[in-house]
Design a protein around this ligand. Structure first.
Ligand code: NAI
Length: 326
């Protein structure tokens, strides 16, 4: 059966890297036909139509059609997978409250449109920043959609942590398992290697270098976005698109046996993360659903960092609550 996939911010740089991979079958699998819905603001509809022309010209066998619109209701009507990429970036002099408010103006109506018209199996991934809190806003305006269908992306952070560990230990990424990103997709995020395995051995033990973990690994992963901007002159786009593909693919098709991934999901109170916050956890995916990995022992080093990032999420939630956005 054809799957309807909606991508917002389709004319942006992540959109450009993402759409061709979805159309080629990498999002859901090589046997799943897709129909794309591209949502943009009116000023960028023409650019999105240009991308749609290029998608046509790629003659993807799995691509059954493309609609371009600036109407959220149309974009989410009957949709099965929604990738919410378009967001309002922070511009110079903008306070955090202004940023949250501007994004509330985007994610509130999108949540409402998803609630009104999306397919009953809708799965939502929020990529646009601040991703966790934007997901919280959208979710709170979609009361009829089960809350486990709203997720935010920390898979790019997860993949970045895999890459750093792989380089440091000189092992292929395929040998690294059970890495976790906790908390917010922001500089406070906590990449946790204490339960990770490298070639079957505990990663923290294999490293045996607390200083590197604290002073190099964690800040390198957390500040990688800024380092990419510095080097490339533009923010991460292809790697973000790749992580979005990974996130949805894992959610739908499952985590490999003996491994888990990182997803920001609506907390059920696990690991002391207040219920309702959209926070990153270690999750296992099976049969199209995710579950938080339970009963991991959290040492004090990890506890302090998880609490700091979750504290930031609680502040963002309070701010959007005070603005009447949730
Ligand atoms: P971009 O500025 O190139 O594209 C954003 C697009 O969104 C623009 O075409 C804009 O017209 C569109 N847009 C704005 N408001 C919209 C609305 N209401 N409906 C539909 N479309 C709308 O930005 P880029 O590089 O593609 O990044 C997109 C977002 O992803 C940013 O918020 C960025 O911070 C975030 N991001 C998140 C990452 C994560 O790991 N969670 C990683 C990298 C980027």
């Amino acid at each position: 059966m054809t799957v309807n996939v909606t991508v917002t911010g389709a004319a942006g740089q992540i959109g450009y890297a993402l759409l061709f991979r979805i159309a080629s079958g990498q999002l859901l699998g090589p046997d799943v036909p897709v129909r794309l819905r591209l949502l943009e603001i009116p000023a960028a509809v023409k650019a999105a139509e240009g991308t749609a022309m290029e998608l046509d010209d790629s003659a993807f066998p799995l691509l059954e059609g493309i609609d371009v619109t600036d109407d959220a209701k149309r974009a989410f009507d009957g949709t099965n997978v929604a990738l919410l990429v378009g967001a309002r970036p922070r511009t110079k002099g903008m306070e955090r409250g202004d940023l949250l408010e501007a994004n509330g103006g985007i994610f509130k109506p999108q949540g409402e449109a998803i609630n009104a018209g999306a397919a009953s199996d809708i799965r939502v991934l929020v990529v646009g920043n601040p991703a966790n809190t934007n997901a919280l806003i959208a979710r709170s305006h979609a009361p009829d959609v089960p809350s486990d269908r709203f997720t935010a992306m920390t898979r790019l952070d997860h993949n970045r942590a895999m890459a750093q560990l792989s380089k440091r230990l000189d092992v292929p990424v395929s040998q690294i398992k059970k890495l976790t990103i906790w908390g917010n997709h922001s500089a406070t995020q906590y990449p946790d290697v204490f339960h990770a395995e490298v070639g079957g051995q505990n990663a923290a033990q294999a490293l045996n270098d607390a200083e590197w973990l604290r002073d190099t690994f964690i800040p390198t992963v957390a500040k990688r976005g800024a380092a990419i901007i510095e080097a490339r002159g533009a923010s991460s786009a292809a790697s973000a698109a790749s992580a979005a593909i990974d996130h949805v693919n894992t959610w739908v098709n499952g985590t490999p046996e003996g491994d888990w991934t990182s997803m920001a999901v609506v907390s059920d109170g696990s690991y002391g993360v207040p219920e309702g916050l959209v926070s990153s956890f270690p999750v296992v995916c099976k049969d199209g659903a995710w579950e938080i990995v339970q009963d991991l022992e959290i040492n004090q080093f990890s506890r302090d960092r998880i609490d700091a990032s979750v504290g930031e999420l609680a502040e963002e939630r309070d701010a959007v609550r005070n603005l009447g956005l949730i």
